[in-house]
Write a protein that binds this ligand. Structure first.
Ligand code: GLC
Ligand code: CA
Length: 525
């Protein structure tokens, strides 16, 4: 029998950046007990799973994405008991837990790397990508790091280079070494045994490199990184058999899930990693990168669905910890009307929605004014062209109390100065708030099989102002009409009588949509 509700297909996944969610011990950094304390809030919002950005011990060169120990909790986030408590309390509320596994690279402070650089014959030496220089002393090939500079870092003691795609403090591991592979697969088992429901895999299609390490061909581009065709340093075929192995481990546990962060991959490449014997899902960045136009979103949704095999289920997101928040990209000032349209789209399109913490109250990026204030090294490096990712990582705004109720002291990144008016407490008591809008749409989604896992059919393939589509599952048929414009517009409902799931009224024929209105109807009878 087909299961009626599959949490990762029909539910909603909420990304938490733990440093910035809730600070329980007032050191200015969010932590695990902070998250546990907010589970009731997340349950009331209606989320089915939380994905935690990395919580492992880390020197924080890349704020947790440089892991120094895969099977421990960073003391700044709490203890393993705190983690167990979070898992238990989340389960009590039917909230699943996804951890972020950063397995392409470790921190340069990881015990494996410290061993690896001790000598060429150390048993861990081959756990990383050490290579001899060229006869003239140059790096082994032309590969560059996406975070700037050469991908090769010279170690004067070993007289060898090691390779890193990200910061030099994030050496890439050698996934072709069976010992590394075994150790990494044990990391999956460790957390699954602790009761987590799955993982987000950081830049997983970066794990393997061409074993010959050839030069990448060059091309025109802005940054040195863009001036190469990345054909030898990412998306190697060795990934597919590994995914099969990973999936087999996941499948030994009940209802587990893995979503991959594809790196430098288009929709088609991304889709190739999803399916039976592969990942359950991967992120389609092309959708999130659209500018404000219904046709753009429709086209990327359609090409996403088309690229996915019949055994794959789509997912959609608009924000995460690496990009400018959707509300900052699409809204004017503090006006949330576009954020409502975006939310309605995210929650009603075909695919599992991912909400980034604070998206439900329309958090805006904090402004980055001075280079000295930047925490994200990549922002310091590329200043002022690119100011890094601090903007979208600022503390959650819980209330209008000082420090937005996030902490009682100054937080690691400043709170946005709109917090006295933009915060959860305030939006909870305002029936027209974005937060209550999110809750309404989530409630509607939960009441409709069509919205959760129905088919998708656009009602207008060439929309200029209104994104309109139908979702259908068995006898449940829903129509969504999203007015992307600031104008009042007519919309022609498909034949039949339609019940508005937003206000309970019934309509048929031509209706009028107010500026930025999101209308959701269910077919009656
Ligand atoms: C992923 C993460 C990003 C991190 C990078 C290196 O892209 O989302 O935050 O900096 O991988 O781990
Ligand atoms: Ca804390």
């Amino acid at each position: 029998m087909k299961k009626d509700f599959i949490w990762w297909r029909d539910g909603i996944i909420y990304q938490i950046y733990p440093r910035s969610f809730a600070d329980s011990n007032n050191d200015g950094i969010g932590d695990l007990p902070g998250i546990t304390g907010k589970l009731n809030y997340l349950q009331a919002l209606g989320v089915d799973a939380i994905w935690l950005s990395p919580i492992y011990p880390s020197p924080d060169v890349d704020f947790g994405y440089d892991v120094a120990d895969y099977t421990a909790i960073d003391p700044k986030f709490g203890t393993m008991e705190d983690f167990d408590e979070l898992v238990k309390e989340a389960k009590n509320r039917d909230i699943h837990i996804l951890l972020d596994l950063v397995l392409n690279h470790t921190s340069d402070q990881h015990a494996w790397f410290l061993e690896s650089k001790k000598s060429r014959d150390n048993p861990y030496h081959d756990w990383y990508l050490w290579h001899d220089p060229k006869p003239n002393g140059d790096p082994p090939n032309n590969w560059v790091a996406i975070f700037g500079g050469s991908g090769w870092e010279w170690d004067p003691e070993l007289e060898q280079y090691y390779y890193h795609m990200f910061y030099k403090e994030q050496p890439d591991v050698n996934w072709s070494n069976p010992a590394v592979r075994a150790a990494m697969l044990d990391v999956f088992r460790f957390w699954l045994d602790k009761g987590v429901d799955g993982f987000r895999l950081d830049v997983f299609n970066e794990y393997f490199k061409d074993p010959e390490f050839p030069d990448n061909p060059t091309q025109y581009g802005m940054r040195p990184f863009d001036r190469q065709q990345h054909i030898y340093d990412v998306s190697q075929p060795e990934m597919y058999p590994l995914l099969k192995e990973i999936r087999a481990i996941l499948d030994q546990y009940q209802e587990t899930y893995a979503v991959g962060e594809t790196f430098l991959a288009d929709t088609v490449q991304t889709a190739s990693y999803i399916g039976k014997d592969k990942l359950h899902a991967a992120f389609n960045f092309e959708f999130a990168e659209n500018r404000w136009h219904p046709k753009r979103f429709l086209n990327s949704a359609l090409s996403w669905y088309e690229a996915l095999s019949s055994e794959a289920w789509p997912n959609n997101f608009l924000s995460n910890h690496d990009m400018k928040r959707a509300a900052s990209r699409y809204c004017f000032g503090e006006d949330d009307r576009r954020a409502k349209v975006a939310a309605a789209m995210l929650l009603t399109l075909k695919g599992t929605p991912f909400i980034y913490y604070g998206e439900e109250i329309g958090l805006r990026d904090i402004p980055i004014r001075k280079k000295e204030d930047i925490k994200d090294p990549v922002g310091k490096l590329f200043w002022p062209l690119y100011k890094g990712r601090d903007g979208c990582r600022a503390p959650m705004q819980w209330s209008s109390e000082r420090h937005a109720g996030f902490s009682q002291i100054d937080s690691w990144l400043p709170v946005h100065n709109n917090y006295p008016t933009r915060n959860i407490t305030r939006q909870e008591s305002d029936p027209d708030s974005l937060l209550n809008f999110f809750k309404d749409i989530i409630r509607i989604r939960k009441s409709s099989k069509a919205l959760q896992h129905g088919d998708f059919m656009p009602l207008d393939k060439n929309p200029r102002f209104i994104l309109a589509f139908q979702r259908e599952f068995e006898d449940d048929c829903v129509v969504v009409a999203l007015n992307f414009s600031s104008r009042k517009l007519d919309f022609d409902l498909p034949e039949g009588t339609w019940l508005s799931l937003i206000d309970g009224s019934t309509s048929s024929g031509v209706i009028s949509l107010t500026p930025y209105q999101a209308a959701i109807f269910k077919k009656e009878g």
